[in-house]
Ligand binder design. Structure first.
Ligand SMILES: Nc1ncnc2c1ncn2[C@@H]1O[C@H](COP(=O)(O)OP(=O)(O)OP(=O)(O)O)[C@@H](O)[C@H]1O
Ligand SMILES: [Mg+2]
Length: 471
């Protein structure tokens, strides 16, 4: 019988993991993605088909050894896909046993949610007919199955995790925010890999999952090193060390050693050809009924959003005069013609272009914001000041904060006595997002890159009339 060799003292019969809900929890850097990567490697070695929802684009390295198709929107995709093609790829993966990574790292939150929803819905319904062994991996699963919130996507994932076994479906769910993951799913997981946590809220979750007194949970869990975890399955409970991944780990903690880009296996031509076919057909292959349902759902969402816009506009009109107690208006922004590229390497310029492509899809008030703040770094501005000077309605800023810009690290947000403030932090962003290029760039190149990026960001607000992003 095939075994999954997860570490020097942990080898599981494949049948034990099949159809199982496996939860991998722990703080940042505790080794969760490595553990998940090792499980996926072992499943792939056993030719066990799977799909991985990869929110940070960190699993493509599996292609070093295995034939895996990477689709979606991210740096390492084999084929860029949008939501229309998602059900077709899901069907191909399940029918033909093609392992797939859904790289959703470059998608905006709503697009990502819809893409994964369409994909997993098709997997669920088809698995009811085919009943083949199949595993779904979900990174940062608190984003998809948040505690105390109901969404269609959460519903389908919970179904797969809790009731998938009869259809052959299992799930590997990974999260650094144990307390934010739907409790019902965690408490019903049949196999747990509990890496180190430190915060009280997470410790409380672990206490609910482990059959030990609280003090012992704390003692055992705080003593765990990187890659170590408490393994719990059925009657078995013990501390184990997981082996490092054999394949390249895209989410490794950066060090100063140069990183070699791995050689990746190519996916068979006929699979790629089949996917291109879905892409060309776009939604044409969907049954009329399904198209109609999608249309109705989108229309309902649009109506809700329009109502919200009207409400925000009304609140805005009701506001008295714009804030008068503002300090003197900031200096006018410097002129920003197309900035020189300073001989920056082409791959660095391409990465900047990918970032801009993503930012162009943001709502106009967020583009104005990042443009305004980038030109004035390191100064910070309150939402009232931004409303007055950057032409971003304060109500919009408060109701729809620029979460994505903050998550990306382009802006930082602070709650100060004078109010909620934002500022740009391009140098810190470049240091993080371009860390792989820094040794090559050197301090001067890094300085040029920050300048170039600033120039490009300053042009973003000039795209107000660019309707192509909507098309
Ligand atoms: N079992 C292990 N043996 C050796 N090194 C490990 C092991 N697990 C993780 N590491 C190393 O520790 C670092 C962090 O691991 P990993 O990326 O898996 O953590 P994580 O919990 O997924 O973190 P994050 O929450 O930031 O995604 C990596 O550089 C990885 O190579
Ligand atoms: Mg990780």
């Amino acid at each position: 019988m095939h075994h999954l060799n997860l570490g020097p003292d942990l080898s599981l019969p494949l049948a034990e993991a099949s159809g199982q809900c496996v939860a991998i929890l722990g703080i940042r850097g505790s080794g969760k993605s490595n553990t998940a990567g090792v499980i996926f490697e072992e499943l792939l070695a056993a030719r066990y088909p799977l799909s991985i929802v990869d929110i940070d684009g960190e699993y493509f390295g599996l292609k070093e050894k295995y034939e895996v198709l990477v689709v979606g929107a991210g740096e390492n995709v084999d084929i860029e896909l949008d939501v229309d093609a998602a059900p077709g790829v899901a069907e191909l993966s399940l029918r033909e046993g093609v392992p797939v990574i859904l790289d959703v790292s470059d998608m905006l939150a709503e697009e990502r949610e819809l893409f994964v929803l369409e994909y997993l819905t098709r997997i669920w319904s088809l698995a009811g007919k085919l009943r083949k062994p199949y595993m779904i991996g979900i990174e940062e699963c608190h984003e998809f199955i948040p505690q105390g919130m109901r969404t269609d996507l959460k519903e389908v994932i919970a179904r797969i995790a809790l009731r998938g076994r009869k259809r052959g479906l299992g799930a590997v769910i990974i999260s650094q925010r144990s307390a934010k993951v739907e409790k019902d799913v965690l408490t019903q997981a049949g196999m747990l890999f509990l890496h180190r946590v430190v915060h009280e809220v997470d410790m409380r979750v672990y206490s609910e999952l482990l059959p030990w007194p609280k003090a012992e949970v704390k003692e055992q869990v705080t003593s765990l090193g990187v890659g170590e975890c408490i393994y719990l399955s059925g009657q078995s409970i013990r501390k184990v060390k997981i082996r490092p991944r054999h394949t390249f780990h895209g989410g490794f903690t950066p060090s100063f050693k140069p990183v070699e880009t791995p050689k990746l296996r190519q996916v068979r031509g006929e699979i790629l050809a089949a996917i291109h076919k879905f892409k060309e057909e776009k939604g044409a292959s969907l049954p009329e009924e399904e198209l109609q349902q999608r249309l109705e759902k989108l229309e309902a969402e649009l109506a809700l959003k329009q109502a919200r816009i009207r409400e925000l506009e009304r609140r805005l009109r009701e506001r008295q005069a714009p804030p008068t107690a503002n300090p003197a208006a900031p200096e006018p922004p410097p002129e920003h013609p197309v900035p020189p590229t300073f001989d920056l390497p082409p791959e660095v310029l391409r990465k900047v272009e990918r970032l801009l492509k993503r930012l162009r899809r943001l709502p106009i008030h967020e583009r104005r914001l990042v443009s305004f703040l980038a030109a004035r770094e390191p100064r910070s501005y309150t939402t009232a000041e931004l409303a007055a000077w950057a032409d971003c309605a304060e109500a919009t800023l408060l109701a729809e904060p620029p979460t994505e810009l903050v998550e990306l690290g382009l802006l930082s947000c602070e709650r100060l006595a004078r109010g909620i403030t934002y500022r740009a932090q391009l140098k810190a962003f470049v240091n993080r997002a371009f860390s792989g290029f820094l040794p090559e760039l050197g301090p001067q190149g890094c300085h040029h890159l920050v300048g170039y990026l600033r120039g490009r960001l300053c042009q973003l607000s000039a795209l107000e009339h660019d309707f192509s992003r909507i098309a």
